[in-house]
Design a binder for this molecule. Structure first.
Ligand SMILES: Cc1ncc(COP(=O)(O)O)c(C=O)c1O
Length: 263
């Protein structure tokens, strides 16, 4: 893409924060969703409207106005599923600004980039944190029409990335095939983990990301017990999100989970 359509940020969180600096009247998101939308909205002191996903994790029908900014993580975190294009289109046809957070794009290859031509209200976020294992270095980018990028650049600290990180990010790009090759391995492990969890009587959500999510009773307590056994996972909205690790890590997780849940 032409550089005028892109700006760079410290991770996708930097992109979320930058969008929020446009000071929307209200931010809108649909839980279960990426919890940091709450954190950053509070930091930016923005009004939050957060109706839940409905019927099998679909985006609810909501009244949106000019001045609203809607955040849609696609694929979604923590469920790992991606939304249908019609659901996103419905929101894009509203007067709101729509931020589609494609942090996990390289796992799903579903994107709204081709909609930029028709929707001036669309802003897309990407990051090197997930597929490129670059989270600690903080590098992300925003794609939108040049007039939106100009507005974002007015709010952006021009020195928001160090020259060291920029050099490293270029190296990642040069070697992207190595990283993208690893995604196949993650997908294979995810499929295996999915089946193992189903075999344990759990119901993991189909995932297009590098993690799986499933509901359990007393999720917070299970997470604490797992932590005592050296397994670090997160609980969100009454479920557990586990990242796909190396095969031996996944094996250990499954073994300890079985013991904790007494399966
Ligand atoms: C949907 C979503 N957006 C953004 C981020 C933040 O990523 P980054 O490390 O690039 O700030 C995450 C990280 O978990 C995420 O799940």
């Amino acid at each position: 893409m032409d550089a005028r359509w892109i700006t760079v940020t410290p991770g996708a969180d930097g992109g979320i924060s930058l969008c929020m600096m446009l000071r929307p009247k209200r931010v809108v998101f649909f839980p279960p969703t990426y919890y940091f939308y709450y954190t950053l909205s509070k930091i930016h002191e923005l009004e939050i409207y957060d109706p839940s996903l409905v019927d099998d994790l679909k985006i609810p029908d909501v009244d949106l106005n000019e001045g609203d900014m809607v955040f849609i993580p696609n694929p979604n975190n923590p469920t790992g599923h991606h939304f249908e294009m019609e659901e996103i289109l419905r929101i894009l046809k509203s007067p709101a600004t729509v931020v589609v957070d494609e942090a996990y794009f390289e796992f799903s290859w579903v994107t709204t980039v081709n909609l930029l031509r028709n929707f001036p209200n669309l802003i897309i976020l990407r990051t090197f944190s997930k597929a490129f294992a670059f989270a600690g270095q903080r590098f992300g980018y925003v794609i939108s029409r040049p007039e939106n990028i100009e507005k974002l650049d007015e709010k952006r600290n021009p020195y928001n990335l160090s020259s060291f990180v920029m050099e490293l990010a270029l190296e990642v790009l040069k070697n992207r095939e190595i990283f993208l090759g690893r995604i196949k391995e993650i997908e294979m492990e995810r499929r295996r983990m999915f089946e193992e969890l189903e075999g344990m009587g759990l119901k993991p959500f189909p995932s297009q990301t590098n993690f799986l999510y499933f509901k359990v009773q007393s999720a917070d307590e299970v997470v604490r017990t797992l932590r005592d056994r050296g397994v670090f996972v997160r609980s969100f909205w009454g479920g557990i999100r586990v990242s796909i690790g190396k095969r031996e890590e996944n094996e250990y997780f499954l073994k300890v989970l079985k013991e904790v849940l007494k399966i």
